[in-house]
Design a protein around this ligand. Structure first.
Ligand code: NAP
Length: 292
């Protein structure tokens, strides 16, 4: 592996100087965050919230112009360094190149947030879904999470520090028949988190699933089931949960699902997990069930 030390950002792409009117920065975090899906919705809010807390933030998405605008705006508002890297998370070569660019411009990644992903094109039973779109949805979450982890985690292990956050959903633990691809994708991603955490045992690198509740974003606005819904989860709560993870406050919950709408980082830190709490498990039929 090449030299891992942080290097100065490339002036044409990395923004590292506070602009006029830069907001006060609540600098309780440091290091480098890589947030996928950072051009809109939760990913964009996370990129801004982490930058506001003092992290250098790289955003990754396919739509380059929108992403660059977002990263420029975040740099201007927070005064933190930002970088836009354009890639499709399902494209292995593009992901590897993007991660290498982040390392070169900002330094090695301390926090990876897998927020990129798509949703079923329509509410319909799976046999009516377009097979290519269906598989693209699964791939965006599962192959995307895998490829990003594969590119980033070895460096975290080498430095013995780092955290990975995968965006989860109620559909990680219970399928909705009209969103079969997304249900498969989010459950698969949760297994990926568990497998990652297990392989990282004995290190100071941890992986988490974070379910954000129902946040008002382009994704939820596109979903028929949320039409007319008004009880949106404030995205700041997602930012607060991920910031607590980045600060190492929730390491005891590694490999498990945390739900932004139902608990706060303080609740979780005080409680600690017991047994298989918040892991994907098959409920046994009774004491004698060999699969229990
Ligand atoms: N909003 C909610 O209430 C909610 C609830 C549960 C879970 N989640 C999860 O939270 C995450 C963020 O969702 P959101 O609501 O913020 O959705 P969003 O606004 O649609 O953002 C998703 C982003 O992912 C990017 N993306 C999609 N496919 C990609 C690919 N193949 N490669 C690279 N980037 C890709 C898109 O940007 P480009 O098109 O530019 O690539 C888009 O900006 C998702 O994983 C979602 O499943 C959201």
């Amino acid at each position: 592996m090449p030299d891992e030390g942080p290097r100065p950002p490339h002036r044409s792409q990395a923004r590292d100087e506070p602009r006029d009117g830069a907001a006060h920065r609540d600098a309780d975090l440091s290091g480098v965050a890589l947030v996928t899906g950072a051009g809109s919705g939760i990913g964009r809010a996370l990129a801004e919230g982490l930058a506001a807390r003092g992290m250098a933030v790289a955003g990754l998405a396919r739509s380059g112009d929108r992403l660059r605008t977002a990263m420029d705006e975040i740099a201007a508002v927070t005064g933190s360094r930002t970088l836009a890297v354009t890639a499709d998370v399902t494209d292995r070569a593009a992901v590897d190149a993007a991660v290498a660019e982040v390392a070169e411009q900002l330094g090695r990644v301390d926090l990876l947030v897998n927020s990129a992903g798509a949703i079923d094109g329509a509410e319909e039973p799976l046999w009516e879904a377009d097979p290519d779109q269906w598989w693209d949805v699964v791939s965006s979450h599962v192959r995307g999470g895998f490829l990003l982890s594969r590119a980033v985690v070895p460096w975290m292990v080498l430095r013995n520090r780092g955290r990975i956050v995968n965006l989860a959903s109620g559909m990680s633990v219970r399928a909705r028949p009209q969103y079969s691809a997304y249900s498969v994708a989010k459950t698969g991603l949760m297994r990926l988190t568990e497998a990652l955490e297990g392989a990282l045992e004995g290190t100071d690198v941890h992986a988490f699933d974070v379910a954000p509740g129902v946040v008002d974003t382009p994704m939820t606005r596109s979903m028929a089931m949320w039409q007319g819904f008004e009880e949106w989860t404030p995205v700041e709560r997602v930012v607060g949960m991920v910031a607590a993870i980045a600060a190492g406050e929730l390491d005891a919950w590694g490999g498990r699902l945390l739900h932004v709408a139902h608990e706060t980082p303080a609740d979780l830190a005080a409680r600690g997990p017991e047994g298989d709490a918040r892991r994907l498990r098959l409920r046994p039929w009774g004491d004698g069930d060999p699969l229990g």
